[in-house]
Design a protein around this ligand. Structure first.
Ligand code: LLP
Length: 442
C-alpha cells in the first residue's frame, strides 16, 4: 500500500521516500517533522526523550480500511500484545474491534479499556488455572486451545467453576509463512498449535468432555507476513479440516484465522488487506463460518514512533561513525532481536536536507546488540539533534525493559490538532520500589 521511491535492494530509501510513503508524517519548513499535523518537537519539549508518540487518526484510518476490505467477512480481534496501552485499546475497542489476548494481564487490560468480554478471545500456548478462571468468570467469547494437556486443564477448571468453556482448537498447519525464523509460528517444529493430523480426534475428544464446548478452529502462522500465498495454503488446510469435522458430525461454527499481516518498514510493500480478504473469501465462502482475524502490527505499527535525542557522535576512522542516541534497545528491541530495519528521520528540516553519509545509530546500553542501524545513510547529526524512529507502534513499548536501570519512557497520543501525554516517564526511584533488602542483612 506504500508507494516509496524506487530503491535497489541494497540501497536504503531516502528520507523523502520514507516520508512520502507515510501520509501521516510530513516535514514542515518551520515546525520540522510533524505527525498528523502536530510538531513532534513540541511533544519532545514537553515530555523529553526517549518518548513514544502515537497517532489516533492513523490508528482509526487503518482499522477502518481493514474493516472495509473485510466487508463483513470477518470480525477484527486486535492482538493486544502488539501494543497494550489503555488509550489505544480504548480507541480500537470504541471503533468496533474486539481483542485477542494471551495472558490474564492482557485480558484485564482489554476489559479495563471497555472491550466487551463477548469480543475477547484468549490465545497462547500455556495458560495458568488463575488466568482460565478469570477468562471464564468474565465470559469471554472463546479460549483457543493448543494441546491435549490444555483441554484437560480447561475442562477441569470449567467443571469446577460450574461453567462451560467455548473452545477453539488452534491447529498447526505446518505452513512456512516466509518470515523471520523468530516470528514464524505455523511450522511443525514451532511450539504452537495442535499437529494437523491430531486435530480431528482431539476435537471429538473435547466435545465429549465436561465443561468444554468446541466451537471451531484457530490458526496463526506467523508475523510480518508480506505475501498472501502462505495464508492461502493455511486457509485451504483449515477449510479441509472443517469439512472433515462436519462430515464426522461435529459442530464447527467459528474459524479464527490469526494475525500476521506485515507492514512496509523499509521500502517493501505492506500486506494488502484486499488480497488478504480475497484469500479468506476464496477459502471459506459457502462454509457458513463466523470468521475472525487477529491483526496486531498492521493496525498499530505505522501509527507509532519513538523520539530520541543524539547524545554524541564518535569514531569514524575508516568506518561509519557512531551516532549515540538516548533511546536504546531497552525501548525498541526489534533491531537487536530480529535485525529489524526501522526508518530514522531527523526532526529538524535543515538537518534532514543535508547530504547523507553512512553512520551506525546506536543506544547507550552496554550491549553491542544495542544498535538501531548499521551504515545507515543519514545527514550529519550533532549532539542535541532529535530523531524519530519510525513504525514503532507495534512491539515497541510492550517489549521495553529497564535494563541498565533505565526508567520506562513516556508516551503521547495525537488526535486531530490536540495531543496529550498518555504515560509519564517512570521515575528512577520506582525502579526499586518493589524491592526489599532482607532485615537479616542488617
Ligand atoms: N495472534 C496470535 C496468536 C499471535 O501469536 C500474534 C503474534 C498475533 C495474533 C498478532 O500478530 P501480528 O498481526 O502482530 O503479526 N515481537 C515480534 C512479533 C511477535 C508476534 C507474536 N505473535 C516483532 O516485533 O516482530
Amino acid at each position: 500500500m506504500h508507494a516509496p521511491a524506487p530503491a535497489t535492494p541494497d540501497q536504503d530509501p531516502t528520507l523523502a521516500a520514507l516520508l512520502a510513503a507515510r501520509p501521516h508524517l510530513a516535514m514542515h519548513a518551520h515546525d520540522g517533522l510533524v505527525m498528523e499535523g502536530v510538531a513532534l518537537n513540541a511533544v519532545a519539549d514537553a515530555l523529553g526523550t526517549p518518548c513514544w508518540v502515537y497517532g489516533a487518526g492513523t490508528l482509526r484510518r487503518r482499522l477502518d480500511s481493514l474493516t472495509a476490505a473485510l466487508g463483513g467477512l470477518a470480525r477484527v480481534h486486535y492482538a493486544v500484545k502488539a501494543n497494550d496501552h489503555l488509550a489505544l485499546l480504548h480507541l480500537l475497542g470504541g471503533a468496533g474491534a474486539g481483542a485477542d489476548v494471551v495472558s490474564g494481564g492482557e485480558l484485564a487490560r482489554a476489559l479495563a479499556a471497555g472491550i466487551p468480554p463477548g469480543r475477547i478471545v484468549f490465545s497462547g500456548v500455556g495458560k495458568t488455572a488463575d488466568e482460565l478462571r478469570a477468562a471464564l468468570a468474565a465470559g469471554i467469547a472463546q479460549i483457543n486451545v493448543e494441546s491435549a494437556a490444555e483441554l484437560d486443564q480447561i475442562s477441569a477448571v470449567a467443571a469446577a467453576a460450574g461453567r462451560v468453556a467455548p473452545v477453539a482448537l488452534r491447529i498447526n498447519p505446518d505452513i512456512d509463512a516466509g518470515t523471520h525464523a523468530k516470528i514464524t509460528t505455523g511450522l511443525a517444529h514451532n511450539k504452537f498449535g495442535i499437529p494437523y493430523a491430531d486435530a480431528a480426534a482431539l476435537y471429538a475428544d473435547a466435545a465429549a468432555r465436561p465443561g468444554l464446548l468446541p466451537v471451531g478452529l484457530a490458526l496463526h502462522i506467523g508475523s510480518q507476513i508480506l505475501s498472501v500465498a502462505p495464508y492461502r495454503a493455511a486457509f485451504a488446510r483449515a477449510a479441509a479440516l472443517v469439512r472433515d469435522l462436519r462430515a464426522a458430525g461435529q459442530l464447527v461454527t467459528r474459524l479464527d484465522c490469526g494475525g500476521g499481516l506485515g507492514i512496509g518498514y523499509r521500502d517493501e510493500a505492506g500486506a494488502a488487506p484486499a488480497a488478504f480478504a480475497g484469500a479468506l473469501r476464496s477459502a471459506f465462502t459457502g462454509l457458513d463460518l463466523e470468521l475472525m482475524v487477529e491483526p496486531g502490527r498492521w493496525l498499530v505499527g505505522p501509527a507509532g514512533l519513538l523520539l530520541a535525542t543524539v547524545l554524541l557522535t564518535k569514531g569514524g576512522q575508516g568506518m561509519p561513525p557512531f551516532v549515540v542516541l538516548d533511546a536504546a534497545m531497552t525501548e525498541l528491541m526489534r533491531p537487536a532481536l530480529y535485525d529489524a530495519w526501522h526508518g530514522i528521520v531527523p526532526l529538524d528540516p535543515a538537518r534532514a536536507a543535508g547530504p547523507a553519509v553512512p553512520v551506525d545509530v546506536v543506544g547507550p546500553v552496554c550491549e553491542s546488540a544495542d544498535t538501531f542501524a548499521r551504515a545507515r545513510p543519514l545527514p550529519p547529526l550533532l549532539a542535541g539533534d532529535r530523531v524519530a524512529i519510525l513504525d514503532a507502534g507495534a512491539y515497541g513499548a510492550v517489549m521495553s525493559s529497564t535494563y541498565n536501570a533505565r526508567p520506562l519512557a513516556p508516551a503521547a497520543l495525537i488526535d486531530g490538532a490536540r495531543w496529550a501525554p498518555i504515560r509519564r516517564r517512570q521515575t528512577v526511584a520506582e525502579l526499586w520500589r518493589d524491592e526489599s533488602v532482607p532485615t537479616f542483612m542488617g
